[in-house]
Design a protein around this ligand. Structure first.
Ligand code: FMN
Length: 280
């Protein structure tokens, strides 16, 4: 074990002008960029953006200025439409393009090389019309040749049913907000998707890609009057076990807890402690 593995990682993954190796891409071995749970029950989601022109919510500048990490959630459930918009704004399809093999899609968040290594899972604690449990976000549908198609896109594959509040909170270093949240997003990286092109440098990009998705989710939460908190303090092995991934080919990189804030926007518990009581 090196003395400073973090520094070693930074050095080993640096690009240097005089030490760039030639690297031919083998397109035939390009890994697939969609993960499917073929036998999981699928739950459709409401259209996240039926009429953006009529969008009644706050503008982007208001969302940015209001965003704070919210860790205190009330008991009112998230709606399925709110969850749908959070998924779409962080990981959903926003445009399509034509490839030599058919159609493919651009997604809401940027990603190095359009390789989309990040998968989205959701632990559902308290969402209207959705059973508690663990879900995987199905970004696109599949045709019979397993090529991505729009039909069947933007849905959830149910991987587990039941109350996972204790498990998700324990896996997140016992942070109780994950049990109180309406939903907890978990992002994994499927490492080979980006290693195929960027090799060791890909390990920088996983965290950048996931960071973009988390940032977009946090703004989509504010836009809907919801609160969210990014979470990187977690037990990796426990998260991977909860998701049923091995941590080697696919592993947890980031999480975000989302819910209905229990306090008005801009007010924190600490602020309440400093509020002077009315004199009797
Ligand atoms: C990479 C990263 C990891 C974080 N992990 C946690 C966490 O595990 N638990 C937590 O309560 N907050 C976590 N946060 C939230 C930060 O504490 C928060 O962003 C910071 O205090 C600034 O406050 P603000 O988000 O309200 O602007 C994390 C934020 C980032 C960017």
């Amino acid at each position: 074990m090196p003395d400073h593995p973090g520094q070693e990682f930074q050095d080993e993954t640096s690009y240097r002008r005089d030490a760039m190796e030639k690297h031919e891409l083998d397109w035939r071995s390009k890994p697939p960029i969609y993960k499917f749970y073929a036998y999981a029950p699928v739950v459709g989601l409401p259209d996240p953006a039926p009429a953006l022109d009529d969008y009644p919510g706050p503008d982007i500048y208001t969302c940015v200025s209001k965003r704070r990490s919210i860790r205190s959630f009330g008991i009112t459930p998230l709606s399925l439409l709110e969850l749908s918009r959070l998924l779409w704004a962080s990981a959903g399809i926003t445009n399509s393009y034509v490839t030599p093999h058919g159609q493919d899609f651009y997604r809401a968040s940027p990603t190095a090389g359009a390789l989309y290594p990040i998968e989205t899972y959701v632990v559902v604690n308290n969402v209207e019309e959705l059973e508690q449990g663990l879900y995987h976000y199905r970004i696109a549908g599949l045709d019979i040749l397993e090529r991505p198609i729009a039909e069947g896109s933007h849905s959830l594959e149910q991987l587990k049913s039941g109350d996972l509040r204790g498990d998700i909170s324990a896996a997140a270093l016992d942070q109780l907000m994950c049990a109180k949240a309406g939903a907890v997003f978990l992002w994994t990286a499927v490492f080979i998707r980006s290693v195929w092109k960027y090799r060791e440098r890909a390990y920088r990009y996983f965290y950048l890609d996931a960071g973009h998705m988390a940032a977009q989710l946090s703004l989509a939460a504010v836009a809907q009057g919801l609160g969210s908190c990014p979470v990187a303090a977690f037990y990796d092995d426990e998260c991977n076990a909860l998701l049923g991934v091995d941590g080697e080919s696919e592993g947890i990189v980031y999480m975000t807890a989302v819910g209905r804030p229990s306090l008005p926007f801009g007010v924190r518990r600490a602020d309440l402690r400093h509020t002077s009581r009315p004199k009797e």
